[in-house]
Design a protein around this ligand. Structure first.
Ligand code: ADP
Length: 427
């Protein structure tokens, strides 16, 4: 709008327009005012006549104004109005207002009609002039003069200027929104990264603490055992010597297993080389559950075997899949309550082989469920040592199932138990 103001500010000074305005003033307005002062017509009639003449002049004025606006090459349409604000007789014999602009009555001299709402005043003029008046007083004729003042304004309106402004600003607005979103995104990404890094650091510290703890006991036992072996009394006693030696062997084995666990269970799915073979599901689960029961030696372990009764041939790496399922079963015992009840169920669903392992243990919180398959992740930070572990079991299980082209997920309720659901493709 400001640009439009400036552009049209010079138009009222155009000579032709000025002369039309002068004609209106000279030829008509003065005559009507004199008639009014001579009481030949009323104020209202005088004003009506002025507007009527203005309409005649407008036929020339408006097109010319439009041409001048067009010459400015603004690039958008512009409407204009020349309005009469007031006409006042200044001193005949006193001040008399002939016309004063109101909201209801007409005030437009030139230009086109538009509501004043979104228009702007671009020019304000105040003209003083003097006119002669012939008076009749007691049969004599006098010539007198009177002064009058005319106030006019020029208004312009750019139709739909808000849309015009928006159109000009949209690049700026869109740009700002994009930059804003980018900054927010960057901030979100940085904070998320920071939290991830912090979590990784915590998980690593936990892992190191766990490994150190796991190493400490066998190392201490080895230390005591080797000291004992140097003791001549033990050396002399063959039975005691053999017993101590077997302690050394057992601790060595324990250390070896621990290191193997860290090495092998850290493998990624693509690093695993599977030796797949055709295996009957019934056979596989029968052996798996029997081995598990033997290995666990838990006083009150109850396994509810609901394996798919019909034989299904699976193409699996028997050794690795056993490890994967063992990890889940072992966890059911490790994170179970005094009575361990495990349901092992399998069935066919949408051309896939599904395995469900359900326990009634301590359950896993929703937050922990998200990270449970991450390397080194253990839910019980804080009292990590109540149950031994390196946070590698479920990571490795996940890698093995993925390497088989399957999926693993879980549902769990804290305090109620956990169900792991594994899908395996059928060969
Ligand atoms: P680890 O047992 O060596 O800590 P895992 O990868 O096997 O590592 O398990 C990761 C974590 O998941 C465990 O520390 C435990 O907190 C939680 N978890 C796994 N299985 C269960 C389960 N059946 N019930 C409750 N918590 C479990």
């Amino acid at each position: 709008m400001n640009a439009a103001d400036q552009a049209v500010s010079e138009i009222p000074n155009d000579r032709t327009l000025d002369s039309i305005y002068d004609q209106l003033l000279e030829e008509d307005l003065k005559n009507h005012l004199t008639d009014y002062l001579n009481k030949r017509i009323t104020k209202r009639q005088a004003v009506d006549r002025i507007f009527r003449t203005a309409d005649r002049f407008n036929e020339e004025y408006a097109p010319l104004y439009k041409t001048l606006v067009q010459d400015l090459d603004l690039g958008y349409p512009l409407l204009f109005q020349y309005n009469l604000l007031s006409i006042g007789i200044v001193n005949y014999p006193e001040i008399d207002t002939v016309f004063y602009k109101s909201d209801t009555a007409r005030s437009r001299i030139f230009g086109e009609h538009f509501e004043p709402g979104l228009s702007r005043q671009t020019h304000l003029s105040r003209t003083y002039d003097t006119n002669q008046i012939i008076e009749k007083r007691a049969d004599s004729i006098f010539t007198n003069t009177y002064d009058f003042e005319i106030r006019m304004e020029q208004r312009i309106q750019v139709p739909n200027s808000e849309i015009l402004v928006l159109r000009r600003m949209w690049v700026l607005i869109v740009g700002s929104v994009v930059v804003f979103l980018f900054v927010i995104g960057l901030l979100y990404y940085s904070i998320k990264n920071l939290i991830t890094q912090k979590n990784i650091a915590e998980v690593k510290t936990d892992f190191i603490n766990n490994v150190t703890h796991e190493l400490k006991t066998p190392l201490a036992t080895l230390g005591i055992a080797t000291k004992s072996l140097r003791n001549p009394v033990i050396r002399a006693d063959r039975e005691a010597f053999d017993k101590t030696l077997s302690i050394v062997e057992r601790q060595h084995l324990r250390l070896q297993k621990l290191i193997d666990q860290v090495l092998t269970k850290s493998l990624k799915a693509e690093e695993l080389s599977l030796h797949k073979e055709q295996v009957s599901d019934n056979d596989f689960f029968k052996n798996l559950l029997a081995d598990f029961e033997t290995a666990t030696q838990h006083a009150s372990l109850e396994i509810d075997n609901q394996i798919y009764p019909q034989e299904v041939l699976l193409r699996i790496d028997r050794f690795h899949l056993t490890t994967a399922l063992f990890n889940i079963l072992e966890n059911a015992v490790k994170y179970g309550k005094d009575q361990v009840k495990i349901l092992v169920k399998s069935y066919m669903h949408q051309g896939q082989y599904l395995i469900e392992i359900k326990d009634q243990g301590i359950g896993i919180s929703l937050k922990d469920q998200k990270a449970i398959f991450d390397k080194f992740y253990r839910a019980q930070t804080g009292n990590v040592h109540t149950v031994k572990g390196l946070g590698l079991g479920l990571y490795f299980t996940h890698q093995i199932i993925t390497a088989h082209g399957g999926t693993i997920s879980l549902t769990s309720l804290k305090g109620e138990g956990t169900t792991f659901i594994i899908t395996l493709p059928i060969s």
